[in-house]
Design a protein around this ligand. Structure first.
Ligand SMILES: Nc1nc2c(c(=O)[nH]1)N[C@H]1C(S)=C(S)[C@@H](COP(=O)(O)O)O[C@H]1N2
Ligand SMILES: [Mo]
Length: 159
């Protein structure tokens, strides 16, 4: 399944895992566990994708869309553009579902879960599309503690 980068960009992208693997070494993170010991696999830097897509000057937010479970997070681009990565491969194979296939977003050095805008909850699994926009996009991360706890319970059941 291709990774799409759409919205306020000059060159919308549609890149397969093989296309991502073929990006230059400077775009790659060969071992994500070095960025976050809880995560594994190969990733590409968000900055490299943005360089290819050429965001418009008005692009201020990046929205991560996981249609599989209807989970969406919209993040200020400036806070993540130089550190976020997209994990696309684990053990030389496509990401397994448990690892968040087709693609998993990761912001290294994120805040603890549910403590800030850029927290563990923003590390969206099952991402198939990244969308740039001038204003905040769709975001349905739970705001209430109780709804967030329920989400964690559901995730624990799935894994
Ligand atoms: N698609 C999707 N991504 C998601 C979630 C979700 O429910 N769906 N939960 C988020 C939350 S609340 C957290 S804390 C982290 C947990 O990641 P983990 O299960 O790998 O520890 O994933 C985030 N990414
Ligand atoms: Mo979370």
């Amino acid at each position: 399944m291709p990774l799409l980068l759409t919205g306020s960009v000059a060159n919308p992208l549609s890149l397969s895992a093989a296309d991502l693997a073929a990006l230059p070494a400077a775009a790659q993170i060969a071992d994500v566990s070095r960025l976050d010991p809880k995560r594994a696999g190969r990733a590409v830097k968000l900055s490299a994708l943005l360089e290819l897509a050429q965001p418009n000057a008005d692009a201020q937010y990046l929205t991560l869309h996981a249609d599989r479970d209807d989970f969406h997070a919209s993040l200020p681009l400036a806070a993540i553009r130089d550190r976020a990565v997209v994990i696309y491969e684990l053990n030389a194979a496509p990401l397994p579902e448990k690892a968040g296939s087709p693609y998993r977003f990761l912001i290294p050095d994120h805040a603890a879960c549910h403590t800030a805008e850029i927290d563990d909850c923003a590390n969206v699994k099952y991402v198939a599309r990244l969308e740039l926009s001038a204003t905040r996009g769709h975001d349905n991360r739970p705001l209430e503690d109780q709804a967030h706890e329920e989400l964690h319970r559901r995730q624990a059941e799935q894994s």
